[in-house]
Design a protein. Structure first.
Lengths: 252, 252
């Protein structure tokens, strides 16, 4: 079977996080072109950026169940998903949208159930499933946000892909002005307090949240990479298996 | 917990099946208004009508795997789903779209896996999950069509709802010009050959296919109703538990 690769592209790369539902169409098209040559085995996950986060904040979804908030937040991220899917299609991939709200159950904000069968079958057939940060039902709290990062970490845990790569708007994990080549669990207490959130509105934890997801994943033996997806050619290099950015390394 | 009701509205009620992607907006709004007073516990499933079926036929999805066919068929039914969801929202329900392609795996055209957790949680929280006939990945054939009828039958089997009602463009199961008050498994051999397909393009089996789904369901102890959703007030009556159309009855 094809080797599985999971690529996440952050909401800050795809959208202007400071402006309501503002997709960076040129960037999305460039990314779609980079992906086109490497789409075999690929699962794509994207963040919500200024599509989902602003709605989720407006309805205070993290704190309070809101039927309208569920619908409007979902609709918003789907609008971004449609733009991404259409761009991939035009670039020559075979994308299919996959909506976590239809397949995922949370409990206190963490994924309890996710049906991955359709995603695996899509990859086997040469399709590129395109998932996204989404609202999802939560057994404890009614509804919550399932971030792209949590989706990546959960999918990677169950599918054990060859490549797990998180494309962000920065070069990797930056500590005192330097990009760390590697991070391990034991480094987090030292560097954690100095990691700021990413730019604009982000309710899903910024770099520290991302790193925590990936360190949990590393604990289970899956390494991953945080790299700069705004730099031309980086996505292609990462999907080809080259090293870039910060490697979140498993324990030695 | 709230009693669950599953209502399916056929594609022929919601769309003009003879014209490409032609939604009957007035009918959809009327139906949404009828549902609004009875949305507690409700799971809504709708057919694809002239949205999905025409694409599925064009790409010959039933016979041959087509990446483009998967995407275009799905996109088409989602367009109808968005119209239905928006109409329900305006009428005062709290709808949430649920896309079977994201949560369902087929094997030779039959549902092998479907994640129902999100649907159940939505109902518990007073939301109305709105599912639809969709394309879905098929472990044997690559991709296939999951009809609204099959979704109803599968959901009903696992959730054991109080009410299972299929709204069509006819008064029920019609045999020699008369609406049958009840149908049981043993009647099918007698009446089966005289049941025509429903009007327009339908790749999912028409009345006979519908009846077979519901008789399988009756075999497992769940009765259901086939009624005319084009007649004003019928949906309200059926959701209130009144008898209408043809009852597909469990074995005595």
């Amino acid at each position: 079977m094809t080797e599985i690769k999971i690529l996440k592209i952050g909401g800050s790369v795809l959208t202007d996080k400071t402006r309501f539902e503002s997709a960076k169409i040129g960037e999305i098209d460039r990314i779609a072109a980079e992906i086109a040559g490497h789409s075999s085995g690929l699962i794509l996950v994207h963040g919500a950026g200024s599509f989902g986060h602003i709605h989720a904040k407006e309805y205070n979804l993290a704190e309070r169940f809101s039927p309208e908030g569920v619908l409007e937040t979902h609709r918003s991220v789907v609008r971004l998903n449609e733009i991404v899917v259409e761009s991939l299609r035009r670039a020559g991939s075979s994308p299919v949208p996959v909506h976590p709200s239809s397949s995922t159950l949370l409990k206190n904000g963490r994924i309890e159930v996710i049906e991955t069968g359709p995603v695996v079958e899509m990859v086997k057939r040469g399709l590129v499933p395109v998932l996204h940060g989404d609202v999802a039902m939560d057994r404890a709290k009614g509804a919550g946000i399932v971030s792209g990062d949590q989706l990546v970490s959960h999918l990677a845990r169950s599918l054990r892909p060859e490549i797990v790569a998180l494309g962000t708007a920065v070069d990797g994990v930056i500590f005192r002005g330097e990009v760390l080549a590697e991070v391990r669990r034991e480094d987090l207490s030292r560097i954690g307090s100095e990691l700021g959130p990413s730019a604009g509105v982000d309710i899903t934890g910024g770099m520290k949240g991302k790193l925590e997801e990936l360190l949990d994943l590393a604990n289970e033996g899956v390494r991953s990479t945080i790299f700069n997806a705004e730099k031309k050619g980086m996505i292609e290099r990462v999907l080809a298996g080259e090293r870039a950015g910060t490697l979140v390394e498993v324990k030695v």
